[in-house]
Design a protein around this ligand. Sequence first.
Ligand code: CP
Length: 316
Amino acid sequence: MKHLLSAADLDRDAAVALLDTAVELAAIADRPVKKLPTLRGRTVVNLFFEDSTRTRISFEAAAKRLSADVINFSAKGSSVSKGESLKDTALTLEAMGADAVVIRHGSSGAPHRLAHSGWIRGSVLNAGDGTHEHPTQALLDAFTIRRALADDVGDLAGLKVTIVGDVLHSRVARSNTILLDTLGAEVTLVAPPTLLPVGVENWPCMVSYSIDDALADADAVMMLRVQRERMHDSFFPTEREYSRRYGLDADRMAMMPDHAIVMHPGPMNRGVEIAADVADSPRSVIVQQVTNGVSVRMAALYTMLGGAQSGSEAAA
Ligand code: CP
């Protein structure tokens, strides 16, 4: 597998193999020296046209733990602000010998363009493109669910995951729905009608307008950020009203089964889609999601650049 552009690039076996590799690589974090020589001499470019905290830092940490050379490129402060195109930026990276390009871009499809244009020869990993996909976020979420609820073993068959909020603008929701379905989980999307995308009836999931109906049998509840920066219209009356109808507060968390976990990809709008006491509660795995992002992105880079046969081989 050369590129990771969509969660749909992974069938069940490939997704489980990548999660198994991440489990082995997660053990590196407990060693005194958190480094493997696996990608020594390879160059990974983090090409970020949109802001990021978690994804950019964890891809950088992941590449460094695998001993790759890392170049961080942010559109702000680069020649992109002078009008340089994606093509010319890509040709510059190719001239510098990039073996992998991790790209975040505001335009849906930009990673596909990079992967299939012939501008670069290396692997392309999608770190979030517009409102389209964020496949490594879906992988780290699946890893987190599997670690919390399935002892790091196998797929997620039979688990119920409820994803709540601004589905319309969420690449996380799309990638998670695809990957969780691939892994056998049952997904329910919950949102006001104004925050559901056209065609959602064709996604492999159920859809509800009521959060209260979708909590009682959920094994994991994933809250989505209200993406104000992508909203050029009025999608709900007020944030207070949105929070009242769709926010996860302590009363709603009490409706979840005792074993169920609370997730959020971050960054959070505390007090809007998730109450602060819920985000900080023992049932929240939001910090673990960030930790797991490093292991999963190590596994993704290893798989794209090194060729994973098995998890134990990766961590040897
Ligand atoms: N979850 C996520 O993509 O966070 P960042 O925007 O901080 O990378």
